[in-house]
Ligand binder design. Sequence first.
Ligand code: NI
Length: 190
Amino acid sequence: MFGLSAVFCKMPCKIAFATHRNNLGAFASYACWNSDSYLLLATTPPFHERFTLMATVYVTRKSHFNAAHRLHNPAQSDAWNQAMYGKCNNPNWHGHNYTLEVTVAGTPDPETGFVVDLSKLKRVIEERVVDKMDHKNLNLEVDFLEGVIPSTENLAIAIWHQLHDVIPAGRLHSIRLFETERNIAEYRGE
Ligand code: NI
């Protein structure tokens, strides 16, 4: 952090240590001074230069929506679907209270301290995902799910593709979709 060991002062003097604050955070300096001179030996760079220039931080926005669906593969027989999906194959649908976690990765902006403005991220998630899925039938009413078997896994992939190119800052790291508290699918674009 300090370049102190590389700097030598030949005069008999005191070493002074001081901490300062500016709008980018705290930093510190070492200085050497005697009665009539003052020599700055080393200064720590401000916080964003010390810690955040290369830092990757993961920021998550959580949303909720409720939706109906049916797990059914039309390429298979009714008996196959019944055996595979059980109650989730009910022809008259069933519903879930979904929780969606959208995680964005990036480096905090030195001016704002933000990886991504969460109010902007919230708006994008609402427009591209929640408004299209909330209180809808996922088999029948969602344009980006046409022809998709709406398993939690497939929904996570479809939501990724709704969001990955409209993230306001940073990059989309993961989509975590909770169908229940215990059943969760995560997709990272791989
Ligand atoms: Ni279900």
